[in-house]
Design a binder for this molecule. Structure first.
Ligand SMILES: *Cc1c(COP(=O)(O)O)cnc(C)c1O
Length: 401
């Protein structure tokens, strides 16, 4: 069967608009399409491929576990799940782990758990969930409603209730909204999809303190920031603020679907036997690959390397901007970076992405005004240099029109 992009339009539900390129092979931070055209990957499958493509440690784990046992269901536990859970607990604030398959599912579990905690400890009155404008938490109906873009949750009938939104980094507005009726606050420790927006220290500390004061569970959605992305294993460490529940997905499996919700024993106990679950959650094959990814990322060498690479990216963007004057700022942390377009190029992030692809570079956008970069955490330094060369060509192309 000859596989062409036309098949997408013929047989796929039209909720995505993928580019015409169909990649068929990847190695490290280089990718080749059906025609043999080479790309440097600054996108990393949207902050998923934390070790690039086909990293030998992940390939080995996949092959080894693939010849042992793949799946058991949660009627029985399995060794890779237990090892990975132990490592997550040892490396973070958490004492308990729940496995899921996607960021949305980990967040769904976190929100359901928070509602249970409030119900068990304080009663049905305490059900308000506070989240933030422009936030992204996934696409299940609960998580997309908690997300801060009504456009994504509108049009599907009655929404889950008692969910309110306030502006990110607006501590006064948050303080005015939170009360003893608030059961949970869900927040990204650096907004990704919303445009690469870092929190101020004052805001995050204020949110933490107010959650504690009102007995509201603070949930950090680290689906995009987690597993080394910001240069810390989890972004909460860099902020010096500990959540009550943390969700992690994307990079956790390095390209294999898996997610986890991490929390304390005291909170976890409310998810009693039978209250929640997932057929594939904790799948042995997924956990084996994630364990290899986790072991590889959670080293001083890789985490320090993220900060070193961030510097190279920032220097490269500055040099390009000195020539073309297209960015008003470069923001973000570690290898979660956003180049914000100036007024002159407002709304045209997609044009830069398309020009980049033409020049052999995979990049992303975060909204209409921000070009987003989430490469492999171990991208070779020469690939950064060559990718920046290609990006400069793309910028020149857009500037020339
Ligand atoms: C990607 C993302 C999600 C959703 O993850 P899925 O695996 O697509 O369900 C949730 N929260 C944040 C912060 C994300 O970046």
């Amino acid at each position: 069967m000859q596989v062409t992009r036309d098949i997408f339009n013929d047989v796929m539900v039209p909720n995505y608009a993928p580019s015409d390129v169909i990649p068929v092979k990847g190695e490290g931070s280089r990718v080749w399409d059906q025609n043999g055209k080479e790309f440097i990957d600054f996108a990393g499958g949207i902050a998923v491929n934390c070790l690039g493509h086909c990293h030998p440690n992940l390939v080995n784990a996949l092959k080894e576990q693939g010849e042992k046992i793949w799946h058991l269901s949660n009627v029985m536990t399995n060794e890779p799940a237990l090892r990975l859970a132990k490592k997550l607990v040892d490396a973070t604030f958490a004492e308990k782990v729940y496995f899921a398959n996607s960021g949305a599912e980990a967040n769904e579990a976190a929100l359901k758990l928070a509602r249970r905690v409030a119900l068990d400890n304080y009663g049905a009155e305490k059900s308000q969930i506070i989240a933030f404008n422009k936030a992204f938490h996934g696409r299940t109906f609960f998580t997309v409603t908690v997300g801060g873009q009504a456009a994504y949750s509108d049009g599907f009938g009655p929404k889950p209730g008692d969910i309110d939104h306030v502006d990110y980094n607006d501590l006064a507005a948050f303080e005015a909204m939170i009360s003893d009726k608030t059961c949970a606050v869900m927040i990204e420790p650096l907004q990704g999809e919303g445009g690469i927006i870092s929190p101020t220290n004052e805001f995050m500390q204020g949110v933490r303190d107010l959650c504690t004061k009102h007995n509201a569970v603070l949930i950090f959605d680290e689906v995009q920031t987690g597993v080394g992305r910001t240069g810390d294993l989890y972004a909460y460490e860099g902020l010096g603020i500990t959540p009550d529940i943390l969700t992690t997905a994307k990079a956790l499996g390095g390209g294999f679907p898996i997610a986890a919700m991490l929390t304390s024993t005291d909170i976890a106990k409310h998810l009693k036997i039978g209250t929640h679950g997932s057929t594939y959650g904790g799948n042995a094959l997924a956990c084996a690959v994630a364990e290899a990814a986790f072991d590889t990322v959670n080293t001083n060498e890789v985490l320090a390397g993220v900060k070193e690479r961030e510097q190279l990216f920032r220097e490269g963007f500055s040099a390009i901007n000195a020539k073309y004057n297209v960015f008003s700022e470069v923001r973000g942390k570690g290898l979660l970076l956003g180049a914000v377009l100036t007024e002159d190029y407002a709304g045209r992030a997609k044009d830069f992405l398309v020009a980049s692809a033409e020049n052999g570079l995979m990049s992303l956008v975060a909204g209409a005004n921000v070009i987003r970069f989430t490469p492999s955490l171990v991208i070779p330094l020469e690939d950064i240099k060559e990718g920046l060369n290609r990006f400069e060509k793309a910028v020149a192309q857009v500037v020339k029109g």
